[in-house]
Design a protein around this ligand. Structure first.
Ligand SMILES: NC(=O)C1=CN([C@@H]2O[C@H](COP(=O)(O)OP(=O)(O)OC[C@H]3O[C@@H](n4cnc5c(N)ncnc54)[C@H](OP(=O)(O)O)[C@@H]3O)[C@@H](O)[C@H]2O)C=CC1
Ligand SMILES: N[C@@H](CCC(=O)OP(=O)(O)O)C(=O)O
Length: 457
């Protein structure tokens, strides 16, 4: 199948319209993109009542599903986009407006030969299709990042948040209609998995698919498309408590990593403790976490130090499990090296932390743990685009390329090489003058505008 030929009914048009929109978006000024974002915020405020009503209906249905045992309570919390969450969402748009435009930035500047200038300049990826979980605020964050980075977007959210996503999208659609120069089809929303299946065939018009959710989702998307996929999958995150550390600090980091929001992908799932501090640290931790009713799946060496009523013997499987609830697997290790080996073998290369007062041990951990985020004495919950200062995030990439860890504006651009000559041809440059390769500081020509105003023929 080629291009849009195999797309389901209606979907080829959506993909083609997105491609056409992308071509226009790529040439938009920063001001035009920021104006569109301002209008988006204005429409969200104007339509707040409708959005809250839609969100309340989704939450009611979610709560009924929780009562029926069909949904975890934390997922209803995830569905919420009212009150303070709505305010944060509006503030997030302001933050993105305030960030520098990621497009048109000069990354490399070289004079190849007299009068022959090469520049590497950032540009949008093109058309993105992003599939995400039932978290309505993600729809706003992802759309805002896509607009600011000049990418067209096709969104598909989780079914439990369908009404909220539609209401938020209506606000965005109203803003796009009013935004000068911004195509109405810059962001489009689809609702069903069937539509996603069709979109995955549109390899001519979609440049990148970002599935944000379970491993099963990412695997199934990768198996079903020829479009490049940037997976945002599970976080099997570990904290290693070293023999040399402040035990109270370690307790606080473990508590926050696990309980700040236990169903997030950046929450702790595995705790590794050096054998020299197991007997002192684990009872302290157990006492602190009793308030959260945390359950432990403990290996034979950690088991005696944890409260008996909350602890079960761990199976091998527990060290490969993302619990997403107040449960953690606990293992005692003999060295930092063993902890590093365990994390690289069992983790998901998302975010892992060492708690230690020995800076050399910390450096070894940060160098050899092969994860998108490697932390020293800080909670794994910091793995987040907003907390990293990216304004918001598309999600946390568990792919190695082209973007790794929290994906913000920088993760949504690629680059082009611009070459300015005066009739240069390779044979002549090679024979007559040779290549000079004078590398200039790209800060001398930081943007595409400053490149254009240089003296090019
Ligand atoms: N790395 C990151 O940034 C993030 C990772 N996660 C991870 O996601 C997991 C939990 O998320 P969960 O809510 O269970 O997500 P799911 O994977 O169940 O669902 C997420 C989205 O994918 C869709 N989907 C699921 N399977 C398919 C499929 N086979 N084909 C097409 N669409 C599909 C769902 O659609 P529908 O609702 O219609 O079924 C939904 O829109 C955890 O592992 C968590 O760590 C979560 C958030 C961010
Ligand atoms: N990056 C976000 C969490 C992302 C995430 O895991 O989302 P979700 O699985 O929908 O709760 C945060 O740190 O809160």
């Amino acid at each position: 199948m080629n291009g849009t030929e195999g797309c389901g009914s209606g979907i080829p048009d959506i993909a083609r319209q997105a491609r056409a929109a992308a071509q226009q978006l790529a040439g938009l000024s920063t001001e035009a993109k920021n104006d569109a974002l301002r209008l988006f915020k204005e429409e969200l405020v104007k339509q707040r009542g409708l959005i809250q009503a839609a969100n309340a209906a989704d939450k009611r249905e979610g709560e009924a599903a929780v009562s029926a045992g069909a949904m975890a309570p934390s997922l209803v919390k995830r569905l919420d986009c009212s009150g303070a969450k709505f305010e944060t969402l509006l503030k997030g748009i302001d933050d993105i407006i305030g960030l520098p435009d990621p497009v048109g930035r000069c990354e490399l500047s070289t004079q190849l030969a007299d009068g022959l200038d090469l520049y590497r300049v950032t540009c949008p990826i093109g058309v993105l299709a992003i599939i995400f979980e039932s978290r309505p605020e993600a729809a706003v964050q992802i759309s805002s990042l896509a607009l600011k980075s000049g990418n067209a977007l096709i969104l598909k959210g989780g079914k439990e948040a369908m009404r909220s996503n539609r209401a938020l999208y209506d606000a965005l659609a109203a803003a796009l209609k009013r935004a000068p120069g911004v195509p109405a089809t810059s962001v489009q929303l689809v609702d069903t998995r069937e539509e996603v299946t069709s979109l995955l065939q549109c390899d001519k018009d979609i440049d990148l698919v970002i599935p944000r959710g379970s491993n099963a989702l990412v695997r199934s998307i990768k198996d079903s498309t020829r479009i490049p996929v940037l997976g945002h999958a599970d976080g099997l995150c570990a904290v290693y408590v070293d023999e040399e550390c402040d035990l109270q600090q370690a307790v606080s980091i473990v508590e926050d990593s696990k309980m700040n929001y236990c169903s997030a992908c950046n929450a702790l799932e595995t705790l590794l403790v050096h054998q020299k501090v197991a007997a002192s640290f684990l009872p302290l931790l157990s006492e602190r976490l009793a308030a959260h009713s945390v359950q432990y799946k403990a290996d034979t060496r950690s088991l005696p130090h944890l409260s008996a009523q909350c602890t079960q013997p761990a199976t091998q499987e527990d060290f490969h499990t993302e619990f997403l609830e107040p449960t953690m697997a606990v293992k005692v290790v003999d060295s930092a090296q063993e902890a590093i080996g365990h994390i690289n073998a069992h983790g998901s290369h998302h975010t892992d932390c060492i708690v230690t007062s020995n800076s050399q041990t910390a450096e070894t951990f940060l160098q050899f743990v092969d994860s998108a985020g490697v932390y020293h004495n800080a909670s794994t919950r910091f793995a987040d685009g907003f907390r990293y200062g990216f304004g918001a995030e598309v999600g946390i990439s568990t792919n190695r390329i082209h973007s790794r860890g929290p994906v913000g504006l920088e993760g949504l651009v690629i680059h082009k090489y611009r070459l300015y000559g005066r009739g240069h041809v390779v044979g002549e440059v090679g024979k007559k003058y040779g290549f000079t390769h004078v590398h200039r500081d790209p800060r001398d020509t930081p943007t595409v505008d400053s490149i254009q105003t240089r003296q090019h023929p």
